[in-house]
Design a protein around this ligand. Structure first.
Ligand SMILES: Nc1ncnc2c1ncn2[C@@H]1O[C@H](COP(=O)(O)OP(=O)(O)OP(=O)(O)O)[C@@H](O)[C@H]1O
Ligand SMILES: [Mg+2]
Length: 391
C-alpha cells in the first residue's frame, strides 16, 4: 500500500467480481468498460470484458475482429499484468448466445434441433427488442459460473433508455412464457377482443412481431416453436433469477455513465434511483466528455467589437475570443449540472472525465481515459460529503 487514497473506480476494479457499465446511448459505456477491465488486468486480476458492438477500431485493438462468441486473450503491446492477471475480451453475438443457450439447456438434441431450425425462433433470436440485453445476462451468468475470472466487466447495449437493461429479462421472460403466447395463436373466439386489449407489453410486442411475420405458413411455425419450447421456459426464468441475485450481490458494482447534457444526466439519475429501489449496488457515476475552457482574462464586448474592425487578424482574434466565451459558457453550464447531479445522488461518487482530443480506439486511448477514471482526486466530493454526513 502506498497510502495514496484510491479513486472510487480503482477500489471497484480492485475488489468487485462484476462491474456493469450502463447508461443511455453513445455516452461512453463501451470505452469505460474496456478501460476499467484494462486496469483490473494490470492490477493483477484475471479479467474479462464482455463488449457489445464496440466501434470497429476499438474492436480491432482488443483483438475482436475475429468472429467469436468466446473470450479471447488481448495481446496488446505494453499490457503488463501484475501477478496472475490478464485481459480477455469478447464481443457478444446475441444470436450465437441464444443458440448456445438452447443447445445447452434443451432436454435433448432433438428438442434443440427443432427449436434451432424453427423460422420463428430464427427471427425472434435476432430481431426481438430486449434479446441483446437478455443474452448479455445469459453470457454473464455463463462466464461467472465458469469461474475463470476474478473480474467480469460488462458493457450494455445501446438502448434508448438505460433502464431497458434491467427490464429486458423480465420482458423476454414474459414473451417466452408459452402460456401467454399461446393466447396469440389461439382461435379468435377464445380470445375476446377486450381481453386482447388488456394484454401487457409481452403480448403486444409479440403481436407486432407475429404480424410482421406474414403468411399462415409462418404462423404455423409459431405454434411449432411453442410446442418445441415447452419445458424450457422455467430454465430461462430460473437463470434470470440467478443473474438478478448476482447483480444484487455486494461484489457487483454498477457504473452508470452519462455525458453532461440534460437528457443523459436525467437518465443517469433515474437509473441511480432505480438501482437503489431494486437494491442493486451503484458503484459510481461517470460523467464523460466534459468540456473545459482554459482560463483567460475576460474581454469586454466593446474591445471585441474594436478588434473585429481591426483588419483580418483582428477579426480572426475576435472570432476566437467569441468561440472561447461560448466554450466557457458551456463548461460553466456543465459544471453546474454535474454539481446538481452530485446533490441529487448524495453519497455516490461522481467521477468526471474530460472530452479527450481523440476517440478512444486503442490501448493507449484506454489508458488516457483510465488516467481520468482513476484519478485519485475524482469522486472525492462524495467521500467528503459522506464523511461529513457520518459525523
Ligand atoms: N472522454 C472521451 N473523449 C473523447 N471521446 C470519447 C470519450 N469517451 C468516449 N469517446 C468516444 O465516444 C464514442 C462513443 O463511445 P462508446 O462507444 O464508448 O459509447 P457507448 O455508450 O458504448 O455507445 P453505444 O450506446 O452506441 O454503445 C466513441 O467514438 C468513443 O471513442
Ligand atoms: Mg457501446
Amino acid at each position: 500500500m502506498t497510502g495514496r487514497p484510491a479513486s472510487p473506480l480503482e477500489a471497484i476494479v480492485d475488489s468487485a467480481g462484476i462491474v456493469v457499465c450502463c447508461g443511455s446511448g453513445g455516452v461512453g459505456k463501451t470505452s469505460t468498460a474496456a478501460a476499467l477491465a484494462l486496469r483490473g488486468a494490470e492490477q493483477g486480476r484475471r479479467t474479462c470484458v464482455l463488449t457489445i458492438d464496440p466501434a470497429r477500431r476499438l474492436a480491432q485493438a482488443l483483438g475482436l475482429d475475429l468472429l467469436s462468441n468466446e473470450p479471447r486473450p488481448v495481446s496488446a503491446k505494453g499490457l503488463a499484468a501484475r501477478g496472475p492477471g490478464g485481459l480477455d475480451a469478447m464481443m457478444l453475438d446475441m444470436r450465437r448466445t441464444f443458440d448456445d443457450v438452447i443447445e445447452r439447456y434443451a432436454r435433448d438434441d432433438e428438442q434443440a434441433e427443432r427449436i434451432l431450425a424453427n423460422r420463428f425462433y430464427q427471427r425472434l433470436s435476432s430481431t426481438l427488442a430486449g434479446t441483446q440485453e437478455y443474452m448479455a445476462m445469459e453470457k454473464l451468468y455463463e462466464l461467472h459460473e465458469g469461474g475463470r475470472y476474478d473480474l467480469l466487466v460488462v458493457d450494455t447495449p445501446p438502448t434508448r433508455s438505460a433502464l431497458d437493461f434491467l427490464d429486458a429479462p423480465e420482458h423476454l421472460n414474459e414473451l417466452l412464457d408459452a402460456r401467454a403466447l399461446r393466447l396469440l395463436i389461439a382461435p379468435a373466439q377464445r380470445v375476446g377482443r377486450g381481453y386482447l386489449k388488456g394484454l401487457n407489453f409481452a403480448t403486444t410486442t409479440m403481436t407486432r412481431l407475429v404480424r410482421r411475420l406474414t403468411g399462415s405458413e409462418l404462423l404455423a411455425e409459431v405454434g411449432e416453436f411453442f410446442a418445441a419450447f415447452e419445458g424450457m421456459y422455467d430454465g430461462f426464468k430460473e437463470r434470470a433469477r440467478r443473474v438478478y441475485d448476482l447483480l444484487e450481490h455486494p461484489d457487483t458494482a454498477f457504473v452508470v455513465v452519462a455525458t453532461p447534457d440534460q437528457a443523459a444526466l436525467r437518465e443517469a439519475t433515474y437509473f441511480a434511483g432505480r438501482l437503489a429501489q431494486d437494491g442493486m449496488p451503484l458503484g459510481a457515476l461517470v460523467v464523460n466528455r466534459i468540456h473545459h475552457a482554459a482560463p483567460i482574462p475576460k474581454v469586454p464586448a466593446a474591445a471585441l467589437q474594436r478588434l473585429g474592425r481591426a483588419g483580418a487578424d483582428g477579426r480572426l482574434l475576435a472570432d476566437l475570443l467569441e468561440q472561447h466565451q461560448a466554450l466557457e459558457l458551456l463548461a460553466a453550464c456543465e459544471r453546474e449540472r454535474v454539481a446538481e447531479l452530485a446533490r441529487t445522488v448524495p453519497g455516490v461518487d461522481v467521477v468526471e472525465v474530460p472530452l479527450l482530443a481523440d476517440d478512444v480506439h486503442d490501448i493507449p486511448g484506454l489508458r488516457r481515459l483510465g488516467n481520468h477514471l482513476f484519478d485519485a482526486a475524482n469522486g472525492t466530493g462524495a467521500r467528503t460529503r459522506r464523511t461529513a454526513g457520518q459525523r
